[in-house]
Design a protein around this ligand. Structure first.
Ligand SMILES: CC(C)(COP(=O)(O)OP(=O)(O)OC[C@H]1O[C@@H](n2cnc3c(N)ncnc32)[C@H](O)[C@@H]1OP(=O)(O)O)[C@@H](O)C(=O)NCCC(=O)NCCS
Length: 207
């Protein structure tokens, strides 16, 4: 059987995980791009220069692509600048309700659970073992870190990072471009651009 092809933008550790997911899903990774192609990349041997140096020279058309950059703002910037078709990376052990929707370019790693009627935006990271319950709305370019748990009817704004092991109780709305610290327990709505830590979660910074 002919393998489907995919390209990956980003050559760090996050890229390594995505590459493995795609290979398990019977894709051939044809190219890996990075804006620092000569940097130290443990995941890959041959790295091609990315789009930042010369956007017009970048091969926008061709095999679909996944932006494998862990920092949300950088992933958003690159994804918006590319005129590519985007692929998803979904590990076979993730449990995803058939009533949920997942946007283009989004990755869902091993053991993650996405329950009924949840909408995940584009270029989102649902990391290893994250649990996202029913009726959630996760904005574009967000990242839900490993083992974070979002209860039902939670909303997470564009670009927001939910730290490792954080917990969000039902019906809470977290704004855009927030950072929820590792292990934080979020009990109430959080305004845009806030950094929240602790139990109960308290805002320590607003950008
Ligand atoms: C929230 C976070 C971004 C804050 O980083 P920062 O802006 O550099 O803040 P600082 O480290 O200066 O910490 C500021 C204060 O918050 C406290 N704090 C930071 N993170 C905290 C956390 N997760 N829980 C409780 N308190 C925390 C610090 O102890 C410090 O308290 P102090 O002022 O009393 O000394 C970071 O600590 C964090 O938790 N990041 C999440 C990482 C993660 O989950 N990555 C997943 C990768 S897959």
């Amino acid at each position: 059987m002919n393998k489907k092809k995919v390209r990956i933008y980003g050559a760090g550790g996050h890229s390594q995980v995505i590459k493995e997911v795609m290979e398990l899903n019977n894709f051939e990774v044809t190219d890996i791009f990075d804006d620092k192609p000569k940097g130290v990349h443990h995941a890959v041997k041959n790295v091609t220069v990315g789009a930042k140096e010369n956007l017009n020279n970048f091969p926008h058309s061709g095999d679909p692509l996944i932006v494998a950059i862990g920092i949300n703002a950088q992933r958003a910037e690159i994804a918006k600048s590319l005129q590519c078709q985007f692929e998803k990376a979904i590990h076979h052990s993730a449990i995803i309700s058939k009533t949920s929707k997942i946007g283009e370019g989004t990755v869902v790693f091993a053991g993650a659970i996405i329950q009924s009627n949840t909408k995940i935006g584009k270029h989102v990271i649902i990391n290893t073992g994250a649990s996202i319950d029913h009726d959630n709305i996760i904005g574009d370019y967000a990242h839900v870190s490993p083992k974070a748990a979002l209860c039902g009817h939670v909303e997470v704004g564009e670009g927001t990072h939910i730290g490792v092991g954080a917990v969000v109780i039902p019906k809470v709305k977290i704004g855009k471009w927030c950072t929820i610290g590792a292990g934080t327990i979020v009990l109430k709505d959080i305004p845009d651009y806030s950094t929240v830590v602790g139990n109960p979660g308290k805002i320590i910074k607003t950008i």
